[in-house]
Design a protein around this ligand. Structure first.
Ligand code: ATP
Ligand code: MG
Length: 460
């Protein structure tokens, strides 16, 4: 026999394989595995927590602030601080070292510069007065394409820009919730009660009509009754970001996927797809925040449909590979079929009643290439661009090792201290998500501007 190494899959000894195999696994075995994961997870997540078990947001340096957050020259920044001792002065770690500010302090400084600064600089984020917050959904039924990473980084970018953001996690995996350090005991701290309440309000309306017709009302089950006075604000929790709140998710939210169709069977006229957007609007969320970001699970279930129907802007992350492109095409196919069938169902009834029909509309829908490797995927990227045209965002989100590294501590690039990295690496990694935000911010501002013009035209 030669001493050359074998291929890894030849020459396997059955007895050695048996020894390595271990015992068969029973159902309880899954519980043991889950417990091991939970311990590891808590341990890892704990590394980003302070001694009270809370996540804290790091401070931002003068370099970062003047380069990324408030567009002023560093010398001017320092001069204004010296001249205004009431403004936050920052902390230094060493004598004469760089000054570091909390995000709250950055927001105060920004407001100051906006009040006294040159009018042509956009210190403050654009949002037309009196217009509602925009809802942004990030969705694709393909798993692992970067939905959560994109959504989380967009929330942080928007917050750094000074927008007030509500993040809603609709994925029972709860990744977004972990990133923002959310604590969710059960489905009652997720969007679930909002859906229940929407159904309950619908049933009450139905029952009014039934009573008028002399029919017996349909009973409201306990779950629904319990939800009737819960508001989105009761479900939102603060995060370690001063201007990001969270409605979290955990495993029990998956229950909604079973409960919603049962309710719909019970009341065929319940517009389940409107549940989330109607409740957010009714509770005043759209006035309280600038941007609502919805992260969805890798499935086109009822929660995703609610997110899609609620969304003003829909972002569909996809990798620049054949399988992901193909799968993303199927996702758009399913969107077409799903919303066409909802519209059709509604419009039969609407026509019969002589009411205007239902027609869904989005301010903007964009696919966006994520985890892009320019050296390997340029050709495929260009091909996708040729087929998808303007639907594909021209900004490709580069693959960056920074996300993976930051991911170990369940943090985003914006939460990482740049001093932990080579400055080049940091700048490139950060640029990937800055570009993603720039592309989305353009959509956001464009959509608001369109609304603003429509409102002023309507007033003329
Ligand atoms: N730009 C990027 N560069 C490098 N890695 C990335 C990038 N974006 C996402 N990733 C990594 O890809 C993996 C999947 O990302 P993510 O969890 O955001 O996908 P997802 O679509 O939300 O997944 P799921 O379908 O399970 O919800 C993660 O390990 C994440 O760190
Ligand atoms: Mg995800």
């Amino acid at each position: 026999m030669s001493s050359d190494p074998l291929t890894p899959y030849h020459g396997i000894s059955p007895d050695a394989a048996l020894t390595a195999l271990g015992n068969p696994l029973d159902t309880a075995g899954f519980g043991t595995i889950a417990e091991a994961c939970r311990q590891g997870r808590d341990d890892l997540a704990g590394r980003g927590l302070d001694d009270q078990g809370q996540k804290t947001l790091r401070r931002f340096s003068t370099w970062e602030i003047t380069k990324y957050l408030i567009p002023v020259a560093p010398a001017h920044f320092r001069r204004v601080l010296r001249q205004n001792p009431d403004l936050p002065q920052g902390l230094t770690e060493t004598d004469g070292g760089a000054k570091w500010f909390t995000l709250d302090e950055v927001l105060r400084l920004r407001a100051f510069f906006a009040a006294e600064g040159a009018a042509n600089r956009d210190y403050l984020p654009y949002r037309p007065q009196g217009l509602a917050a925009k809802l942004l959904a990030v969705a694709n039924f393909k798993g692992g394409v970067g939905k959560t990473s994109t959504a989380a980084h967009l929330a942080m970018s928007a917050a750094l820009d000074g927008y007030k953001v509500l993040v809603i996690d609709l994925d029972s995996q709860g990744s977004m919730t972990s990133i923002f350090g959310g604590k969710v005991a059960d489905e009652w701290q997720t969007v679930f009660p909002l859906l229940a309440r929407h159904y309950g309000e619908h049933l009450r309306g139905e029952n009014q009509a039934r009573t008028d017709r002399g029919e017996a009302p349909l009973p409201l089950e306990d779950t629904v009754l319990q939800a009737m006075d819960l508001r989105a604000q009761d479900l939102a929790q603060k995060t370690h970001w001063p201007n990001i709140d969270l409605i979290g998710a955990q495993l029990d939210l998956y229950w909604a996927e079973f409960q919603v169709p049962v309710w719909r069977m019970n009341a065929r006229s319940w517009k389940l797809w409107d549940a989330l957007s109607d409740r957010l609007e009714a509770d005043g969320v759209l006035d309280q925040y600038d941007l609502v970001i919805l992260d969805t699970p890798p499935a086109l279930g009822y929660l995703t449909i609610n997110a899609l129907a609620a969304a003003d802007i829909l972002l569909v992350p996809t990798g620049a590979s054949f399988l992901e492109f193909e799968s993303t095409g199927r996702f758009f196919d399913m969107l077409h079929a799903t919303f066409a069938s909802i519209e059709e169902g509604e419009n039969i009834a609407a026509r019969a009643l002589g009411r205007p029909g239902l027609s869904f509309e989005w301010d903007a829908v964009r696919a966006i290439v994520t985890r892009y490797d320019g050296a390997q995927q340029a050709e495929f990227g260009a091909l996708m661009q040729a087929y998808l045209g303007t639907v594909l965002s021209p900004y490709r989100q580069d693959f960056t090792a920074l996300v993976g590294q930051a991911g170990e501590q369940v943090a985003g690039i914006y939460e990482a201290d740049y001093r932990d990295f080579n400055r080049e690496t940091y700048a490139r990694g950060r640029a990937a998500f800055d570009e993603t935000w720039a592309a989305v911010k353009r959509l956001l501002i464009g959509a608001w501007r369109r609304d603003e013009l429509a409102t002023s035209q309507a007033a003329e």
